[in-house]
Design a protein around this ligand. Structure first.
Ligand code: ADP
Ligand code: MG
Length: 351
């Protein structure tokens, strides 16, 4: 597993986040600092390093509440925790879901429909087979993949919003890994509002959501990571200057293993049961809605550039994108053309 570096920076501060290999998977406090109305905390949860920063009178309380919320959601949604609601549903095939899990299930089913199956939470048995859940990586045989693909189909999930009962047929298991961090960051925005902070920013393993403004009334500058596998030179592909948005990136470089000189990453194409190879190196989604941004970053990565752009044309009111291709092409949708800057050439995509 390689070290993943993510960079976020406000106008005056630069916060560098290092994912520390071998770090405990428990929600662990790494550091906390409070000064001059700015409170910041780093913790390890959802298999990644998170940084939560807030400004304002109640910034410290807001950051504490946000960290507690991360822990609560991790306990509910983690497939790695046998007591989580998701694990109980996967094990028993039925579960009465809490509001949060029910909401995520509904959003995931909606995305499954809208993306024609590119986003599919029933991918979990394949995540296990490839070893992404245990770090015991292997390349499964085509036979085994085809066997498991029989149970990869979100239309097999039964969900009754009236009585909140979710049912999974035998061998169907789900995983919110493609959407849970975006939901978590959007919940933190809610907490920032409740505590009337003037501004705040959260990075969940590089998935960023920004709220309000910094002390100095400036908006946020968020670096769009330049993947190691990207043909572009430099640490980041560009900078977004914005506020009140989620900026969420999916890329094959985030988690992968190598076998016989070939790289295998953790975003699986439900059509093939194998890591998606669509010509894209990364997809960044910018949206007011963190949950949607996370779900779409995964979905559009699976779809590939052409379908991603088609999808955006139908849903351009909901999000914008930055697509980085294997051949160095960078495309940015027109809604963020004024907030994006880059040293690289990029094409602005219009409707
Ligand atoms: P990251 O979590 O690294 O930021 P993503 O948001 O793209 O990146 O999520 C990847 C995770 O989503 C995988 O680890 C897995 O849990 C899940 N996943 C993989 N492929 C799919 C898919 N086609 N549909 C839905 N979820 C997926
Ligand atoms: Mg995602």
């Amino acid at each position: 597993m390689k070290t993943v570096r993510k960079i976020i920076f406000g106008v005056c501060i630069t916060v560098c986040l290092l994912v520390i290999p071998g770090c405990s998977k428990n929600n662990a406090e790494l550091s906390e600092k409070v000064n001059n109305g700015e409170a910041s905390r780093e913790l390890f949860a959802m298999d990644t390093i998170m940084t939560i920063t807030a400004y304002g009178e109640k910034s410290s309380e807001a950051v504490d509440a946000a960290a507690a919320e991360v822990k609560r959601l991790d306990d509910l949604l983690s497939t790695g925790n046998a007591k989580s609601e998701v694990s109980i549903l996967n094990k028993n095939g039925n579960c009465l879901l809490s509001a949060d899990t029910g909401f995520l299930l509904e959003k995931s089913l909606e995305l499954y429909e809208n993306t024609e199956g590119s986003f599919d939470i029933t991918i979990y048995p394949l995540m296990k087979e490839w070893g992404f859940t245990s770090d015991k990586y292997k390349v499964p045989s085509d036979e085994r993949i085809n066997e498991l693909l029989k149970n990869v189909d979100s239309s097999l999930i039964q969900w009754n919003p009236e009585n909140r009962l979710a049912l999974l047929p035998d061998k169907v298991e789900i995983d919110f890994g493609g959407i849970a961090k975006g939901y978590t960051s959007s919940r933190i925005m809610q907490i920032f509002k409740e505590y009337h902070v003037t501004g705040g920013i959260v990075s969940l393993g590089g998935n960023v959501q920004a709220y309000g403004r910094k002390n100095d009334r400036n908006t946020w500058k968020i670096a769009v990571e330049n993947p190691d596998t990207s043909p572009l030179d430099g640490d980041y592909a560009g900078i977004l200057t914005l506020t009140d948005k989620a900026v969420i990136t999916s890329g094959g470089y985030e988690r992968y293993f190598e076998k016989d000189g070939k790289k295998y990453h953790h975003i699986i194409d439900p059509a093939t049961g194998k890591p998606a190879r669509s010509g894209l190196v990364s997809v960044t989604i910018v949206s007011d809605d963190g949950t949607l941004a996370d779900g779409l970053s995964t979905s559009l990565f699976v779809m590939g550039g052409e379908s991603a752009k088609e999808y955006w044309k139908k849903h351009s009111a909901e999000f914008d994108f930055i697509l980085i291709y294997e051949d160095k092409t960078v495309e940015v949708s027109e809604g963020i053309k004024d907030s994006f800057s880059s040293d690289f050439d990029y094409e602005v995509i219009g409707k």
